[in-house]
Design a protein around this ligand. Structure first.
Ligand code: F6R
Length: 612
């Protein structure tokens, strides 16, 4: 995690870096800092807290530097504090460095440096790596770039680093392994950032730096090398991203904006792919590997968090439609196990950011064992996209609110289209059902629009339950993962303890929690489990629990039982999760807002989890 920004060129660096850090704050907001080099020397300003706090502390200060580096932190080594904030200064004070990632063998390197007399001002692995580089640089009297190369050969872990050298005011040195780094190419200027959002305002020409590459940047020159000191020709790409896509557009929070974008993002995801009239789905990533996908012995969904919930829904869909066994794995568990992977297994890596470290390493391991990797990803050109054999993008646009919303519904949409394509090719779905589901998918954006009209009703319900301490989310079948997702949203946005369960599992333990103070949210739209879930609602009511039910419009039975009802347009049970999650997203959002919390930047979280 952590966001990094750097600039070298003819502009004042500080405003460019500050704006960029604000855009990257979704990656961490425990502290922020900048290092600027001008005639007065190398100056570092850093502060615990959000970027705005660092900004306030610098108001009125002349900061004319044309070269600088900046960082917004998600703490790993060392608590959030001023002294652990980046940039760090080397022992000589000549070098400043920012870092995103984790240096796993930092303890060993630190021990070596301590034995040479080094002292450390922070608890970070970053300061260790910086002094390790400086030690090589000063002792070998070599160019800094060479010292970086030598040092990185000893480093175990993940990093993007950017170094500013007070003895060389026209050069920035950056390197990457395992964390993202984009270089923006302007006219006599260069930008560096963790993603393209700090860059698009200035240039659309970018280079995505690969693992084990080192970049040497001057205003008018970009040199890329590998760790073996061989030059690499930079592959310049054009960004397909507009500034408006990363701004709030009149909403109070990115999360709310992103929830309301869903009719459009789902439409964008379907556009050019699904044609309900012709009965076709066009997905090159599936078509080019259709034989392999059809003949899969097994599909393993690998993901984390909300993306893992999308994988769970997909398990139900793929098994039902394609008759292929599916397993859904937490990437963090899968990568450390010794999983049995056969040739013919398909790994579906689901990730919004495409940078989640656990998911990335998990697929790399599976690839080594011969698995075929299909990515379901939102960020074009991301690390997981590049590590996949094939895949399909979700086209949800940049998701900036830390809680995932529009990416989830886009993941479901993509996964359902992939399942339908495979099922049609395998003949495991009747033509009638295939056409029916295509039509149902085609209607999703409109139904999501209708679900969003319930905004005011959900706001009222949120006000009623904002003071609660625990919430249970229950669902069955396709709606069980939606219950899990609803609970996760509430936890992360409102800090209220919430648990998701399959509704029938309740009587094997969680029902002991139920009393008149416990709100229980049922995701109970009409499906083949409907009668069963009605019985589960009765069981909660019999124990005086408060029931909030998400139902299909006209469901008088459940409405008569529930304390609060949210009615959604009817949809096929396979498609329903894309719609039934919408009120749960809004509920979590409004409860968070009622509690006065920063819903776009919940405590302890970051958007892109690039540490394991
Ligand atoms: C929850 C959330 C996280 C992410 C998880 C995976 O709202 O956003 O649980 O879903 O960190 O991230 P990606 O999808 O980027 O791999």
């Amino acid at each position: 995690m952590c966001g990094i920004v750097a600039y070298i060129g003819h502009r004042e660096a500080y405003p460019v870096i500050l704006k960029g850090l604000k855009r990257l704050e979704y990656r961490g907001y425990d502290s922020a800092g900048v290092a600027l080099l001008d005639e007065t020397g190398l100056n570092v300003y850093k502060k615990k807290g959000k970027v705005a706090e660092m900004e306030d502390s610098l108001i009125g200060k002349a900061l004319p530097a044309k070269i600088g580096i900046g960082h917004t932190r998600w703490a790993t080594h060392g608590e959030p504090s001023d002294r652990n904030a980046h940039p760090h200064l080397s022992a000589s004070g000549k070098l400043a460095m920012i870092h995103n990632g984790i240096i796993e063998n930092y303890a060993q390197l630190k021990k070596e440096l301590v034995s040479k007399g080094y002292h450390f001002n922070s608890d970070t692995d970053t300061e260790v790596l910086l002094n390790f580089i400086e030690d090589i640089w000063l002792n070998n009297h070599c160019p800094l770039e060479e010292a970086v190369r030598i040092a990185l050969k000893r480093v175990v872990g993940a990093y993007v680093i950017v170094l500013l050298n007070s003895e060389d005011p026209d050069t920035l040195i950056a390197a990457r392994k395992g964390s993202p780094l984009v270089i923006g190419i302007g006219k006599n200027e260069h930008f560096l950032a963790s993603d393209a959002s700090p860059i698009i305002e200035y240039t659309k020409e970018v280079v995505y730096v690969n693992d084990y590459e080192l970049a040497i940047l001057r205003p008018d020159e970009l040199i890329l090398k590998n760790l073996g000191n061989e030059k690499i020709t930079p592959y310049i790409q054009k960004l397909d991203l507009e500034l408006s896509a990363i701004e709030k557009g009149g909403y109070d929070h990115f999360m709310l904006k992103e929830i309301f974008e869903q009719p459009q993002t789902i439409y964008d995801c379907l556009r050019g792919r699904l044609d309900a009239d012709k009965g076709t789905i066009v997905m090159r990533g599936v078509e080019n590997h259709l034989e392999q996908l059809m003949n899969a012995n097994r599909i393993i969904m690998v993901a984390c968090g909300t993306s893992w919930h999308a994988g769970l829904v997909a398990e139900y869909v793929f098994e039902e439609l394609c008759r292929i066994p599916v397993e859904v794995e937490y990437a963090s568990e899968f990568r450390y196990r010794n999983p049995v992977i056969h040739k013919g297994d398909i790994i579906m890596a689901i990730s919004q950011s495409g940078e989640t470290a656990d998911t990335l390493v998990a697929i790399e391991k599976a690839k080594e064992q011969g698995a075929f990797i299909f990515g379901v990803l939102n960020v074009v050109g991301s690390s997981i996209a590049r590590a996949s054999h094939s895949g399909a993008y979700t086209h949800a646009g940049p998701e900036i609110g830390v809680a995932s919303t529009k990416a989830f519904t886009a993941q479901l949409t993509v996964l359902m289209m992939v399942a339908l394509k495979i099922a049609a090719a395998k003949g495991t779905i009747s033509q009638e059902k295939y056409i029916h589901l295509l039509n149902e998918l085609h209607e999703v954006p409109e139904k999501v629009e209708i679900a969003l009209e319930l905004n005011d009703r959900i706001k009222e319900i949120a006000a009623k339950y904002a003071d609660t301490h625990d919430v249970l989310y229950l669902g069955r079948g396709y709606n069980f993962p939606v219950a899990l997702e609803g609970a996760l949203k509430l936890k992360e946005i409102s800090y209220i303890h919430a648990e998701g369960y399959p509704a029938a599992e309740m009587k094997h333990g969680p029902i002991a929690l139920v009393d008149e103070t416990l709100p229980v949210i049922f995701v109970a739209t009409k499906d083949s489990y409907h009668e069963k879930i009605v019985s589960n609602i009765q069981e909660i009511k019999a124990r005086k629990g408060k029931v909030i039910a998400i139902v299909t419009e006209g469901d008088e039975m459940i409405s008569s039982l529930a304390d609060d009802t949210i009615e959604l347009p009817a949809a096929d049970e396979i498609i329903a999760p894309i719609i039934s999650v919408i009120p749960l997203q809004l509920l979590a959002y409004y409860i968070g807002v009622y509690k006065g919390l920063d819903v776009d930047k919940p405590r302890n979280l970051a958007k892109s989890v690039t540490v394991e």
